[in-house]
Design a protein around this ligand. Structure first.
Ligand SMILES: *[C@@H]1O[C@H](CO)[C@@H](O)[C@H](O)[C@H]1NC(C)=O
Ligand SMILES: *[C@@H]1O[C@H](CO)[C@@H](O)[C@H](O)[C@H]1NC(C)=O
Ligand SMILES: *[C@@H]1O[C@H](CO)[C@@H](O)[C@H](O)[C@H]1NC(C)=O
Length: 297
C-alpha cells in the first residue's frame, strides 16, 4: 500500500515536471536555426526533442562546430555547457568568438578551450586572446567543480575597456585595454560566436602525452541556454561603432570589476591558475605590453 502511494505520488510529480518543461519551452527560446548554423558535419549535431539542448559529437571521422549567423561588437555572451565525461583525453571543446570563420592571418579572437583528460583526472580550461592574427596569450585554470557532471555557465563580457571571462559568474580572467591605439586589444571588428569539438591529442592533454582513445567515441559535449546581450553588427552602417548610454555593457560599471567580483577574482588567482603567459619569462623575456595593465583598475 505504502509503496503504491509513493509510486502514485512519483507519477504525479513526473507529470507535473513534464508539463512545466512543456510550458517552459512553449515560452519559445527560439530554435537553433534562428541564430546559429552548423559549420561542418551536420550528422554530428543533434538536439533534444524540445530543441533546447544541443549535442556536438566527435568520432574518428570528424568533430563538429556551430556559429552564430550574426556578428556582434561588444556585449555579454553566455552559454551553459556540459563537457564530455569519462575518458576525454585529447578531446578539446572550444567556445569562442572570432571575427571570421577560419584561422585567417588578421583575425581577432577570444577563446575558451576545455581540455579533456583521462577518467577522474581534472579538466583544464584554457583562455586566449588574439588580435590581428597574433595570439600566444594563454592562461590555464583548474575548475572548482567537475564540468562533465552538470551544466555550468561560461560567459564573456566585452567592451572597449576590458574583456572578462566568467565561469558561473566568477571572473576568472581580466584582460584590460590601455585606452590607446594598440595591437593587443581586439575592439574594432565584430565577432561571431562559435563552438566546436575536435581532436587535439597532439598537444591538449599533458602536452600531447595522453592520446585520444577512439574506443570511447563518440565524445559528446552538450549546450543550452544561449544568451546574448550585445550589439548586432549591420553592414554597411554598423550601429555598434559608437558607445551609447543604452547598452549596459558599455557603461562605466562594466569597465571595471565590481567589489564582489574583485573578491572572487582574487580567490581564483590564488587557487586556480595553472599557467599565465604574463609570468612566463622564458617564453617572453620581454613581457608583452598588456601584462603591465592592472586587473584591479
Ligand atoms: C535570433 O534570431 C531571431 C530571429 O531571426 C532574431 O529576432 C534575434 O534578434 C536573434 N538574436 C540575436 C541575439 O541575434
Ligand atoms: C595586421 O597584420 C598584418 C600582417 O599579418 C599587417 O600587415 C597589418 O599591418 C596589421 N594591421 C595592424 C592594424 O596592425
Ligand atoms: C590531466 O591530468 C593530469 C594529472 O592529474 C594533470 O597533470 C593535467 O594538468 C590534466 N589536464 C591536462 C589538460 O593535461
Amino acid at each position: 500500500m505504502g509503496r503504491w502511494v509513493s509510486t502514485y505520488l512519483l507519477l504525479i510529480a513526473a507529470a507535473m515536471a513534464a508539463s512545466c518543461l512543456q510550458s517552459e519551452s512553449a515560452i519559445s527560446k527560439g530554435s537553433f536555426e534562428d541564430n546559429f548554423s552548423i559549420m561542418w558535419s551536420d550528422e554530428h549535431f543533434k538536439t533534444s526533442e524540445d530543441g533546447q539542448i544541443w549535442y556536438l559529437s566527435l568520432d574518428k571521422e570528424t568533430g563538429c562546430g556551430f556559429q552564430t549567423k550574426q556578428r556582434y561588437r561588444f556585449g555579454w555572451f553566455s552559454m551553459k555547457l556540459k563537457l564530455v565525461g569519462g575518458d576525454s583525453a585529447g578531446v578539446v571543446t572550444a567556445y569562442y568568438m572570432c571575427t571570421e570563420n577560419g584561422a585567417g592571418p588578421t583575425r581577432d579572437e577570444l577563446d575558451f578551450e576545455f581540455l579533456g583528460n583521462r577518467t577522474g583526472q581534472p579538466y583544464l580550461i584554457q583562455t586566449n586572446v588574439y588580435k590581428n592574427g597574433t595570439g600566444g596569450r594563454e592562461m590555464r585554470h583548474m575548475l572548482w567543480f567537475d564540468p562533465t557532471e552538470e551544466f555550468h555557465t561560461y560567459s564573456i563580457l566585452w567592451n572597449n575597456h576590458q574583456i572578462l571571462f566568467f565561469v558561473d559568474r566568477v571572473p576568472i580572467r581580466v584582460y584590460k585595454n590601455n585606452g590607446e591605439e594598440n595591437n593587443f586589444f581586439p575592439n574594432e571588428k565584430p565577432m561571431y560566436l562559435f563552438s566546436s569539438i575536435w581532436n587535439a591529442d597532439e598537444w591538449a592533454t599533458r602536452g600531447g602525452l595522453e592520446k585520444t582513445d577512439w574506443k570511447k567515441a563518440p565524445f559528446v559535449s552538450s549546450y543550452k541556454d544561449f544568451s546574448l546581450d550585445g550589439c548586432r553588427w549591420e553592414d554597411p552602417y554598423p550601429a555598434c561603432v559608437s558607445t551609447t548610454t543604452k547598452n549596459w555593457w558599455d557603461q562605466y560599471e562594466a569597465w571595471h570589476l565590481s567589489d564582489s567580483q574583485k573578491m572572487d577574482y582574487a580567490w581564483v588567482q590564488r587557487n586556480l591558475v595553472i599557467y599565465d603567459y604574463c609570468k612566463d619569462t622564458e617564453r617572453y623575456p620581454t613581457l608583452p605590453v598588456e601584462c603591465s595593465l592592472s586587473p584591479w583598475d
